[in-house]
Design a protein around this ligand. Sequence first.
Ligand code: CP3
Length: 362
Amino acid sequence: MDSDHIIMKSLQNDRLLRALQRQAVDVTPIWIMRQAGRYLPEYREIRARVKDFLTLCQTPELACEVTLQPLRRFPLDAAILFSDILTIPDAMGLGLYFSEGEGPSFERPIRNASDIKHLGVPDPHETLRYVMDAVTLIRQELDGRVPLIGFAGSPWTLATYMVEGGTTKNFSLVKGLMFEQPVAMHTLLDKLTQAITAYLNAQIAAGVQVIMIFDTWGGILTTRDYLDFSLPYLQQIVTNLIREHEGQTIPVILFTKEGNEWLEALAGTGCDAVGLDWKLPIGIARKRIGHQVALQGNMDPCILQASPARIREEVATILASFGSGSGHVFNLGHGIHPQVNPEHVKVLVEAVHTLSPAYHVS
Ligand code: CP3
């Protein structure tokens, strides 16, 4: 506790924390969704050795090593815990596994009201202890260089994987359950909300300094269903998170992919920042909600496959669209693609750091 306090006080780069709270910064901070991952040869090397992705997440030394890999290459302004949103359903007993080239699957998906009734809420200090151990280790290794972001999936997004049993194209099973048995669906979302809140609070107690919630599949819902089955649960989590730790505010970022219609509602949850995909110019989002929250995003991930000159041009356009002042965290609009050349990531980070000071004259 005491040594943590010292680390916190001496955070060498606090641009991310400042921008999320819309306090003045010298440079726009940048981190990248999925910054640790398959586009890095050093990540692929570890994966070839460890084989099983879950083992990587469940071994704190390996999770720590992979978290730090992108920071050794690029002057990023944050680290993000290496883990996955599906660790919670796994801890609930669904049996998560990853098969080569197919993404995540569950051995025991949730298909009806009886399955939902029998689901327990996991104690994060027991079944998910490996995550907290990774957080402690990463904080030690970071030694106050940049803040550490912790995360979870939204209740709705976790429910889609749990009911479908894996990745899906049309969400027919989860939507079927929602339409036919809304009460059971709300029970599932309630249990997930409790599990996610306890899990994120345990991450904060272990040392994460920012929280991000990924609502990757909120955007497949009608407005009516989003406001019934996703947003209220995000709201409940925001309300029940520990927002102060080690004498510092813990900012919360909410990201509903393809959620541009609901930006005002997301900003109204009491979160500190809203993540944007690449569809809406960030300047328009700023006019709509930028007086309330910070904004994170919003470069199209495919731009990283274009030339360095085109990447710089896109960075300049996004920075100009946001305009002067704090409250912008540069990021992609979704995760980085595995085929990206790491040299292009270097170009991106440098472009943000060299072009953004013009927007932060004090
Ligand atoms: O951002 C980071 O660097 C931190 C680590 C992180 C991973 N997954 C590692 C991972 C984070 C924040 C996630 C979140 C996650 N996981 C989301 C929400 C964000 C988003 O992308 O919308 C979702 C929907 C998942 C579920 C998931 N995990 C899928 C669908 C897949 C397979 C598809 C894919 O990209 O491979 C995963 C596996 C996964 N999670 C990988 C990584 C690095 C690839 C695993 C591998 O090495 O093969």
